[in-house]
Write a protein that binds this ligand. Structure first.
Ligand code: ARG
Length: 269
C-alpha cells in the first residue's frame, strides 16, 4: 500500500474524477489508515511504498504491476498522468528482489487492476485501459490461460472495478460492465458468480480485498452481505468514499504480493 499523503484530484482520466470535487485530505488519511488497520487485523502483513508529491494516483498500488510467483509484470499506463509511477514502483520491486518483467513496447497494461486470477485462469480487462494484444503476450510470458474481457462502461474501466474473484470458483461481478461474450465466458468459467446490482457496483463493491474468507469493501448492502454469508464469507465494510472520487476503492489501494486468495498458484507454491 502507498500512504495517501499526496492523493488528490489533479486531473481527470476516468468519469469519477472531477477537479471541482476535491478530496478531503484528513478524511482520506483516516479512511486509508482504517483500511490498513482492518487488513492487519484480518491477518495481512502490509508493506508500504513511499508516496511521491507529483503522483497523486500512486496510492492505487493495484496498478503497479501484476504479481505471479516471484515475478512482477510492470504496468505501462495509458495516460501520461500516471506513467511517472513506473520508475518509482520498479525501483521498489527491484529493491525487494523481485524478477521484473515488462510487456512489449507500445502496449498498455495496468497491472492487477486489469488482470485477476480465478483458479488457474487469468481474467483480464481491455479496451478502456489495457490493450488486448498485450494480454496475449502476458499469457505466453507466464504460461497461463488468459481470458480477455472487453470493458464497455467507462465507469468500470479496470476489471477490478466490476469483477472480484473470492476463491477458485466463486466471484462477484457486475454483468453490465461486460459485453455479451464476456458475460457468457465468465458464466461458463466461474462456477459460482454473484451478480451485484447497479447501486452496489457504483459503490465499487466489486473492488474488494479478500483475506481468507473475509471480504473488505466500501459499504455493502444487506443483500450482498447475505449472499456472501451464504457462501461462508464475512463482509467488512469500511468507508472509502474519498477514494471513490478518483474511481478507486479497497482493492485498488492494495497489491497482493503473495497471490490473490482465488489464484490456484498461490496454494501450489
Ligand atoms: N484515478 C485512478 C485511475 O483512473 C484510479 C485507479 C484505480 N485503480 C484500480 N485498480 N481500479 O487510473
Amino acid at each position: 500500500m502507498c500512504p495517501p499523503d499526496h492523493f488528490r484530484i489533479q486531473y481527470e482520466i476516468n468519469p469519477w474524477m472531477d477537479r471541482t470535487h476535491p478530496v478531503s485530505h484528513t478524511r482520506a488519511a483516516q479512511q486509508w489508515n482504517d483500511l490498513r488497520a482492518l487488513l492487519e487485523k484480518l491477518g495481512a502483513q502490509v508493506s508500504t511504498l513511499d508516496p511521491v508529491e507529483e503522483l497523486p494516483d500512486l496510492v492505487f498500488t493495484a496498478n503497479a504491476g501484476m504479481v505471479f510467483q516471484n515475478r512482477v509484470v510492470m504496468a505501462h499506463f495509458r495516460h501520461a498522468e500516471r506513467q511517472g509511477e513506473v520508475a518509482h514502483t520498479t525501483a521498489w520491486f527491484e529493491g525487494q528482489g523481485w524478477q521484473i518483467e515488462t510487456l512489449p513496447e507500445g502496449c498498455y497494461f495496468e497491472g492487477a487492476g486489469d488482470a485477476l486470477f480465478c483458479g488457474d485462469t487469468l481474467f483480464a480487462g481491455y479496451r478502456l485501459r489495457s490493450d488486448v494484444g498485450g494480454l496475449q503476450d502476458l499469457g505466453q510470458m507466464l504460461g497461463v490461460r488468459v481470458i480477455p474481457l472487453e470493458l464497455v462502461d467507462p465507469y468500470f474501466y479496470h476489471i477490478d472495478t466490476c469483477f472480484c474473484p473470492l476463491d477458485e470458483k466463486t466471484a462477484l461481478y457486475y454483468p453490465e460492465a461486460l459485453d455479451d461474450y464476456g458475460r457468457r465466458v465468465m458464466e461458463e468459467l466461474v462456477g459460482d458468480l454473484i451478480a451485484v446490482t447497479e447501486e452496489e457496483a457504483r459503490r465499487l463493491c466489486c473492488n474488494a480485498v479478500v483475506v481468507g474468507r473475509d471480504v473488505v469493501m466500501n459499504g455493502a448492502s444487506p443483500r450482498l452481505v447475505e449472499a456472501l454469508r451464504a457462501r461462508n464469507f464475512q463482509t467488512h465494510a469500511t468507508p472509502l468514499d474519498e477514494f471513490l472520487k478518483a474511481g478507486g476503492s479497497a482493492k485498488c489501494l492494495t497489491l497482493r504480493l503473495d497471490g490473490e486468495e482465488a489464484a490456484s498458484w498461490k496454494r501450489s507454491e
